[in-house]
Design a binder for this molecule. Structure first.
Ligand code: HEC
Ligand code: HEC
Length: 326
């Protein structure tokens, strides 16, 4: 953070310097100095100003997002909460936060000891370290209150109220209060494991710049209190399942697909296929990773998460994906 702020100050100083040069050139007596110097220095000033502005905006978004203070929540940690939390973590969190193998690749298995360098693996390591955090009591969460973990999951900010580059872009801020508390109960119930690998995010100035320039989606503000719709095999509850199942995170807020962008390839509309299937065929596809036409889901479609869902959750998901889009 300090280095990024120093870089920003240096850039602002350079912008002022270039601006001053432009002014000098424009007032020069010789015409060629006026034109060439004025244009050159002027252009440089504009570029530096644009970079400083985006960098400054990114730094504000990353380090001063205006997070509200954490509440003094205390999670009871009942066996029911721990079981629910483990179920949710097994569908979502474990895919990234699971322990890593000797090469540092995710194994998608408990405990949630983290250490996967997702930034490097996904080709955006140039924006600084983005490594998955250790969520066992052997990691940094041991020093967090329940309210601070709640705020991290709901609002995507760390203990100091700074934006969590990756978490803030995921949909877990839409989990209900009860489910968020269940996750905290589960995280606290794990054995304390340490990992020798670097964890957490340390965005560099380029990262701040790209954030400020809007190259990443900005974190959406979340509500303070959220309750889940009544559980059942309804489209409404299915939409909620599609939230913790991450389907909406990839397939779009209404699970209608997402067009390709500069940052990511297109993701298809799952409704087109699912609406041609019976519920049995849908279950089969989601639990085997093979579509009815015999083609397997590629790595980019993490069906194994959904394969762990209960029948009721999958049925709700089916109801949601076959219902008209509201
Ligand atoms: C797609 C990958 C991914 C998934 C899925 C994911 N996380 Fe994370 N998580 C990260 C990364 C990367 C970090 C490191 C900080 C950052 O950049 O957001 C992190 C950090 C955290 C932190 C540390 C916050 C802090 O203050 O440093 C918590 C708590 C957390 N995740 C909870 C969860 C929970 C709970 C789930 C499941 C509901 C989950 N995460 C699912 C990638 C993921
Ligand atoms: C990490 C992003 C990601 C997540 C999370 C995700 N999907 Fe996908 N999904 C994809 C991609 C990418 C494809 C396209 C795969 C291909 O190239 O065939 C896909 C394909 C599909 C298809 C097949 C579409 C077709 O026409 O062949 C269905 C159905 C589907 N997903 C449903 C789901 C459901 C349900 C969930 C939540 C449980 C989910 N997906 C979660 C990325 C994702």
């Amino acid at each position: 953070m300090t280095i990024n702020i120093i870089i920003l100050i240096a850039l602002v100083a350079l912008t002022i310097g270039a601006g001053w040069l432009t002014w000098r050139a424009v007032r020069a007596k010789r015409l060629w100095v006026k034109v060439a110097g004025g244009l050159g220095a002027g252009l440089l000033t504009l570029i530096l100003a644009a970079v400083s502005f985006a960098g400054g905006k990114g730094i504000a978004m990353l380090y001063f997002p205006g997070a509200r203070p954490a509440t003094d929540l205390k999670v009871a940690g009942t066996p029911e909460q721990i079981a629910r939390g483990e179920y949710l973590a097994g569908i979502g969190c474990v895919g990234c936060h699971g322990q890593v193998d000797a090469e540092g690749n995710p194994t998608e298995s408990f405990p949630l000891s983290g250490g996967f360098n997702i930034g490097e693996a996904e080709g955006f390591g140039f924006i600084g370290q983005i490594a998955v955090e250790n969520l066992t009591p052997g990691g940094k969460l041991a020093g967090y209150t329940d309210g601070e973990i709640f705020r991290a999951i709901r609002h995507g900010v760390n203990q100091d109220g700074q934006t969590l580059v990756f978490m803030s872009l995921l949909s877990y801020g839409q989990l209900s209060d009860d489910d968020t508390q269940a996750l905290i109960a589960y995280l606290r119930s794990q054995p304390a494991v340490t990992t020798g690998r670097p964890t957490g995010d340390k965005p560099n100035f380029l990262g701040a710049l790209l954030f400020g320039a809007g190259m990443f989606p900005s974190p959406t503000p979340q509500l303070e209190t959220i309750s889940a719709p009544p559980a059942g095999t309804t489209a409404e509850y299915g939409k909620y399942v599609a939230t913790y199942g991450e389907c909406r995170g990839c397939h779009g807020p209404d699970a209608t697909g997402v067009e390709a962008s500069s940052m990511a390839p297109a993701v298809p509309n799952p409704r087109l296929l699912v609406s041609t299937l019976t519920q049995e065929q849908f279950f089969e596809m989601m639990r085997t990773g093979v579509r009815p036409d015999g083609s397997a889901f590629p790595q980019t479609m993490p069906w194994k998460n959904a394969a762990m869902m209960t029948d009721d959750d999958l049925a709700a998901l089916y109801a949601y994906l076959t219902a008209p889009v509201k």
